[in-house]
Design a protein around this ligand. Structure first.
Ligand SMILES: Cc1cc2nc3c(=O)[nH]c(=O)nc-3n(C[C@H](O)[C@H](O)[C@H](O)COP(=O)(O)OP(=O)(O)OC[C@H]3O[C@@H](n4cnc5c(N)ncnc54)[C@H](O)[C@@H]3O)c2cc1C
Length: 415
């Protein structure tokens, strides 16, 4: 029997390998790098069943245009004549409707809740191991009237869809954050959300898989595929071919290139974001999103990570300091007495979110090739949705009925 092969050693690929292993399968992982240049280690680590609205939603287009006028804003697309980008933007525009949001909510919510439960089960089974799963909810802070209107509308939508939601005034917020002044008009609190340390999770999971016999091929670039009938039999790399039974493609923002090699269209753009860790003083306690600035804040005891921006780009390494300054400036606006120093270059992390144009992941069988599945396109929620994606892919590979509906996530929806 040929081993199952997972392309991509980000968090989605690792969880896919994990659940295949749980099915008693032999599994190998292939990555183009050392599994370090990806989006899965420096993100905000938030597990967000509250995020039931996909990125493509009404209002995003208008907001995007206004943000593009400032070099420090949270969103940017460098205008360029790139066929793939134009195509992606057109699809994004077409999906930014209320109808799309309403249709997406049930499937996103089911996927998120499944994933959250799988995280809880995972930590119960494996122990903490530095993962620092904190089931303390997520606070969406707002400072302006418009922010309040937007967040309150969202809170009604979330409640109508069965999520737990609390609307907090400034005194309630200060109770959650007793050490630091929080400058906010109010906030929406989602008690079912959680956060963890993404780099420690990635490190632990990789080590666990290696210990359980998963072979990892690093620094191998995919050059093509060997095919026979309707099956892919091997992956050709710059260092030779690797035979595969089931092939799981979890290659993040690069997955569209692999789909192209397999002869079909999987629209995908990288959404670059930045983060940095600072000493947590005075100590922040509550994972929060500073909504007007679109900045995330995730505390880990003596350290805290701030992250944000969405630059539609395919260059993971290039750091735009103006955008990082935009994140940094938000800290003192919301937490005036927090002691923050601008991070040195080597402290700044960047990652490319794999963004599909309708804001929904691609999970399931590929068109044409019966032994190939994709698990990608999770955009701002890849950490949150990784365990559920991995579990579903392992179930599909074994012809088992999936733990939650897959209709919204079909891989060939743009073919
Ligand atoms: C600032 C920021 C904050 C974020 N915060 C959160 C958050 O709080 N919660 C959340 O859920 N999500 C968050 N995200 C999004 C999340 O980080 C991503 O959705 C997730 O990490 C994507 O994981 P992945 O495994 O799909 O892709 P990646 O982590 O990018 O992994 C893909 C892997 O595939 C490999 N690869 C690519 N092409 C090939 C090839 N041809 N051959 C071999 N290997 C290949 C790459 O080397 C890489 O290791 C955030 C993102 C950013 C940028």
């Amino acid at each position: 029997m040929k081993p199952n092969l997972v392309i991509g050693g980000g968090i989605v690929g690792l969880y896919t390998a994990y659940y295949l292993l749980q099915q008693g399968e032999e599994v190998e992982i292939l990555d183009q790098g050392e599994m370090e240049v990806n989006c899965s280690t420096g993100n905000a680590g938030m597990i967000v069943p509250s995020h039931i609205v996909p990125l493509a939603s009404p209002g995003m287009i208008a907001k995007g245009f206004s943000w593009m006028l400032s070099s420090k804003s949270p969103f940017y697309i460098q205008p360029r004549l790139d066929r793939r980008l134009v195509d992606w933007c057109m699809l994004f525009y077409r999906h930014s409707t209320l109808q799309h949001v309403k249709k997406s909510i049930p499937s996103l919510k089911a996927l998120s809740l499944l994933s959250r439960q799988l995280y809880v089960d995972f930590v119960a089974e494996h122990g903490d191991n530095g993962i620092q799963l904190q089931e303390k909810g997520l606070l969406m802070l707002y400072q302006t009237k418009e922010g309040e209107k937007e967040e309150r509308e969202f809170s009604h939508l979330a409640r109508a869809n069965g999520l737990q939601v609390e609307v907090l005034g400034s005194e309630d917020i200060q109770r959650l954050e007793p050490n630091v002044e929080v400058r906010a008009r109010g906030g929406i609190y989602f008690p079912e959300d959680a956060h963890l340390s993404p780099a420690d999770l990635h490190r632990y999971l990789k080590g666990y898989l290696i210990k359980r016999g998963v072979k990892i091929h690093t620094n191998r670039a995919v050059r093509g595929f060997d095919k026979q009938g309707d099956m892919v039999t091997a992956v050709q790399t710059d260092k030779g071919s690797i035979p595969c039974g089931q092939l799981m493609i979890c290659a993040g923002a690069w997955s569209g290139d692999l789909a192209k090699m397999l002869g079909f269209r999987l629209p995908m753009m990288g959404g670059k974001g930045y983060s940095f860790e600072l000493p947590n003083q005075p100590q922040l306690q509550q994972a929060s999103i500073l909504t007007e600035a679109r900045v995330s804040q995730s505390p880990y005891g003596p350290k805290v990570r701030f992250g944000g921006t969405m630059e539609i780009s395919n260059q993971p390494q290039k750091i735009n300091l103006n955008r990082v300054q935009g994140i940094f400036d938000a800290i003192s606006r919301y937490y005036p007495d927090f002691r923050a120093e601008f991070p040195a270059d080597q402290q700044i992390w960047s990652g490319l979110r794999p963004c599909s144009p309708d804001g929904l992941p691609y999970i399931g069988k590929s068109p044409r090739w019966t032994n190939v599945c994709f698990g990608t396109g999770h955009s701002m929620m890849g950490l949150s949705l990784a365990p559920a994606t991995g579990k579903l892919l392992a179930q599909i590979a074994h012809h088992q009925s999936p733990s939650c509906p897959l209709e919204g996530f079909v891989v060939d929806r743009f073919c």
